[in-house]
Structures are given as structure tokens and as C-alpha cells.
Design a protein around this ligand. Structure first.
Ligand code: ASP
Length: 315
């Protein structure tokens, strides 16, 4: 079974991608997956791999994380991120953080350099400064697209939650390295036109992500207020602990979130033996996985393309 290792699975958010953005979304997720897979092939850890995948998507303006984040009601960028290491159950998170390009890297520093699991807002910024993380102007994180959506959602008739589920972009990754260690990372600008100071599921351990070598790793996406009600990431792993496969546990947990609280979303899931799933109850979720030299990817329900990784690099 270990020849199935290593592997990485990445998502680019649950919802619906407008046609004109779907190619960029698929390409972004595939190339982040390949970059993370290279790290794993070179003997890197699952933690290094998931942080690399998420960093690349934070730097990609087509996703709602880092540059490209949605704006809060005041027109500002406040971002959330989490990482978790399945070997030790160590985790690190930041919430409502501003003026940094890569919240996932700051979350990792919280895990590695503090005795805490989550730092928020100004305290997170102070910590970033003390670690020498470069502060960036907010303008560098805001795209024209994000500003246009913010403006549209200030209209009295607007429904930002519906609009967000109509345009996705939160990012996340799970991986298993050659040693069988699992890790997860998730990063987001949150919900469109959210209140200032709103913290979603992403930085909440067990909701936005969870990783445990004894069961597996999960990164989630969807309407955070619903994800938190069912602690979606932990729920998936609970079902795996009860003997379900990564795919069955993911599907049953998403179905529970839908029937119990009416929430839609998606997850990427791995177990330490190299089984994986990318599942969603929303209309779409761009996802990609790399394992055994093959790149898998899809966007719509039931879609599953495979390609040799070398071929994909050339195409
Ligand atoms: N879960 C994210 C949040 O609520 C949003 C998303 O996944 O699209 O902040």
C-alpha cells in the first residue's frame, strides 16, 4: 500500500465558478497540486507540501485567499487560515488578519513558534512583525473583481451568502508523505461583505481542517457558519474512525450538514494509507490530486480527469 504514497489533494473552494473564470481556477489548483507533489517526491513532509499548495493559491488572484480575498462590509481584507500536523496534533491558526500576503505561513509560525493555537487581528499582526513577516499594503491584496462584488453586495437587495456560494475560492490542501504522516491547511478571505471581525470556520480546529495520523486529514470549504455547527472536518474523521472510507465519510458528512442545517460545501480528505476523496454538495468545487505520477482533477459533480503528471506539465 505504501507505494500509493505520497499524495496530495487540493481544493479551490465550493460553490459555482463563473464560466470565464473556470479555466484559471482549474489551472491554479492543478499547478498548486503539482508543486506540492514535487516537495513530497523529494522527500519533503506533508506539512511542507500543504503549505506550499495553499501559499501558491493565496498568491493566485483567482482565489478567495491572500491576494483575491473577498472584502468585508467596510471594504477591507480580513483573512483566516489554519494548519494542522497529524503526527503530533499540533495546529496553528490566524483569524481576521490583515496586510500579509500568506496567512497560511503565519498560521504555521503560530504552530511552530508559539505555545498557542490561534492568534487574531492586531495580535496576529504584531506576531507577524516580530517574526519578520513582510507587511503588504491592503491594496496589493484587493483585485478589481473583489471590489466589484463588494460594491454589488452593498445594494439593499443583495444576498451576499447566496452570491458567495455562487462564486467560490477558499483554498485548502491535505497530504500524506512517504512516512505516512498527514497534514492539512486551509486559507480564506471569508464570506463576502461579512461584518468586520467576523471569523469563520477556517481557523477553527475541527471545522476548517483537522489532521490526525490515526485517522486522516481533511480541509473544508463552504458557508462557515454551517460548517462550524457540524464541525465538518472532525465529523468526516469520526466516520473514518468508525470504519468508513475517505469517500463515504466525506459524502455522509456533507449530506448531514445539508439535511441538518441546510449547508452546502466541500471537503478534500486523505487517510494515512493513501486513500483519498474530493467531495462536494455545492454545484462545483475545483479540485486536483497527485498520486503515483498521475494528476487527477475535476470541477463539476462526477467529473474526474486523469493525466500523467509529466504530460500535464508540458500541456
Ligand atoms: N468557509 C469559508 C468561510 O466561511 C468560506 C468558503 O469556504 O468559501 O469563511
Amino acid at each position: 500500500m505504501t507505494d500509493m504514497l505520497p499524495l496530495v489533494v487540493v481544493h479551490g473552494g465550493a460553490g459555482h465558478v463563473p464560466k470565464e473564470r473556470s479555466e484559471n481556477s482549474a489551472m491554479g489548483v492543478c499547478s498548486a497540486t503539482q508543486a506540492a507533489y514535487r516537495i513530497l517526491q523529494d522527500g519533503g513532509s506533508s506539512m511542507d507540501a500543504v503549505v506550499e499548495a495553499v501559499t501558491r493559491l493565496e498568491n493566485n488572484p483567482f482565489f478567495n485567499a491572500g491576494c483575491g480575498s473577498v472584502l468585508n462590509v467596510k471594504g477591507d481584507v480580513e483573512m483566516d487560515a489554519i494548519v494542522m500536523d497529524g503526527r503530533t496534533l499540533a495546529s496553528g491558526a490566524v483569524s481576521a488578519v490583515r496586510n500579509i500576503a500568506n496567512p497560511v505561513q503565519l498560521a504555521r509560525l503560530v504552530m511552530d513558534k508559539t505555545s498557542h493555537a490561534c492568534l487574531t487581528a492586531e495580535g496576529a499582526s504584531q506576531f507577524a512583525r516580530s517574526m519578520g513577516v513582510v507587511e503588504v499594503p491592503q491594496e496589493s491584496l484587493i483585485t478589481e473583481y473583489a471590489r466589484m462584488r463588494w460594491r454589488n453586495n452593498l445594494e439593499p437587495s443583495a444576498n451576499p451568502v447566496e452570491c458567495q456560494m455562487g462564486k467560490m475560492g477558499t483554498v485548502g490542501a491535505v497530504a500524506v508523505d512517504a512516512e505516512g504522516n498527514v497534514a492539512c491547511a486551509t486559507s480564506t478571505g471569508g464570506m463576502l461583505n461579512k461584518m468586520e471581525g467576523r471569523v469563520g470556520d477556517t481557523p477553527c480546529i475541527g471545522s476548517g481542517g483537522y489532521a490526525d495520523n490515526l485517522s486522516g486529514a481533511v480541509s473544508t470549504t463552504g458557508y462557515g457558519e454551517d460548517i462550524m455547527k457540524v464541525t465538518l472536518a472532525r465529523l468526516v474523521l469520526f466516520h473514518m474512525e468508525q470504519g468508513q472510507s475517505a469517500e463515504a465519510a466525506s459524502d455522509v458528512s456533507l449530506a448531514y450538514m445539508k439535511s441538518r442545517v441546510g449547508g452546502l460545501g466541500g471537503v478534500v480528505t486523505v487517510d494515512p494509507r493513501g486513500n483519498w476523496a474530493a467531495c462536494f454538495s455545492s454545484r462545483q468545487m475545483s479540485w486536483a490530486a497527485a498520486q503515483g505520477g498521475t494528476l487527477h482533477h475535476g470541477l463539476y459533480a462526477g467529473e474526474h480527469f486523469t493525466q500523467n503528471i509529466q504530460e500535464h506539465l508540458l500541456s
